[in-house]
Design a protein around this ligand. Structure first.
Ligand code: TXA
Ligand code: MG
Length: 312
């Protein structure tokens, strides 16, 4: 299959037409690029699993065109409506009890559905033109680094999907926060741009076991092919080693990526996956990643680094 790279109003029309025809289209969002299909069309959703080589046990996030779908596809329990009014459109995904309208393939047969409304103007144009919810996981092959530009998507899925809609680089650069909303509290299933501090203003943050788990939360994920270790970078190990530094480079490394010279966590998050991808493509023996302070967005960045470092 030939993969077309398109942009602009014509690209938006082409993407919406493919979705309506039950085909796939890679789309920009403010977090990472998504691989979209019509969420109410189970065959179209099956194509996502096929193209990504993703196990069917790993459910999909449904991106809704407007808030009315919150009631149609889910039961907005607890503070779900408040969260939607505050953080949508934006980088927050809510896991809620599902309605019967959501196909089983989307939820992997679970009784919950993950919903989000993207703030990306190009994504919104496609959602409005299509007029239906769009199932979209990150547009990478299963277990690999999430794409934050159209070129990354091409690197991952060239020949496996018909179209990539280029909407420029993603502003957040890491995936949405996923929160399971329960009657009396919230469980953070994946840390992201909306922080625990922000969410705790709405309901108690619950921890410990729950019926709801993010099945895609494997220990190893976002994995570069080059071995990555989180460590103090001050003494470079022998070999051709790359450094993923937070603020400042260190001498003695073959390749260096600095996430944010000013120590700005937003900038660091937005550059993280592109920097990992570049180092991964640089023919290195290993990558050392410098630890990031774990407060605010730093929690989400360290979660991604630990998964990139995990080998099983
Ligand atoms: O920012 C994002 O969330 C991006 C953009 C494209 O929207 N999407 C994304 O999708 O990161 P994906 O599939 O790569 O990650 C979604 C995670 C998976 O780990 C999946 O297991 C979990 O969400 N998930 C989906 N539905 C769920 C549900 N009903 N209950 C618990 N976890 C769910
Ligand atoms: Mg993903």
């Amino acid at each position: 299959m030939k993969t077309l790279l398109v942009s602009g109003p014509d690209g938006v029309r082409q993407a919406a037409a493919l979705l309506a025809a039950g085909e796939l289209a890679a789309l920009p969002t403010e977090t990472v690029y998504g691989l979209g299909a019509s969420a109410l069309d189970p065959i179209a959703c099956a194509r996502i699993f096929e193209a990504k080589q993703r196990p069917l046990s790993d459910p999909l996030i449904v991106h809704i065109p407007d808030e009315s779908w919150l009631y149609r596809l889910a039961d907005p329990v607890g503070c779900a409506l408040d969260l939607a009014l505050t953080f949508w459109p934006g980088p927050l995904t809510m896991v809620l009890p599902r309605s019967a309208e959501v196909p089983d393939i989307v939820t992997s047969g679970q009784d919950t559905v993950a919903l989000r409304r993207s703030a990306h103007p190009v994504f919104q144009q496609v959602a409005t033109a299509f007029g239906q919810p769009i199932a979209a996981p990150s547009a990478n092959r299963f277990g690999r680094i999430s794409p934050t530009s159209a070129a990354h998507v091409l690197e991952e899925l060239d020949g496996a999907i018909p179209l990539i809609l280029d909407g420029g680089p993603c502003s957040h650069g890491i995936e949405s926060t996923i929160v399971a909303v329960e009657e009396h509290g919230l469980r953070i299933l994946r840390h992201g741009p909306i922080t625990e501090e922000q969410l705790s203003a709405f309901a108690p943050i619950l921890s410990g076991s729950s019926d709801i788990a993010a099945p895609g939360n494997l220990k190893s994920h976002y994995a570069p092919r080059t071995p990555l270790t989180i460590a103090d970078p001050s003494t470079p190990p022998p070999g051709r080693i790359g450094l993923l530094a937070f603020t400042a480079p260190v001498d003695g490394y073959a390749e260096v990526e600095c996430l944010s010279p000013d120590g700005d966590l937003r900038e660091a998050a937005s550059r993280l996956f592109a920097a990992m991808r570049r180092l991964d493509n640089a023919g290195l023996d290993a990558i050392i990643a410098e630890p990031i302070p774990e407060s605010g967005l730093g929690v989400a960045i360290m979660e991604r680094l630990r998964k990139a470092a995990a080998r099983e």
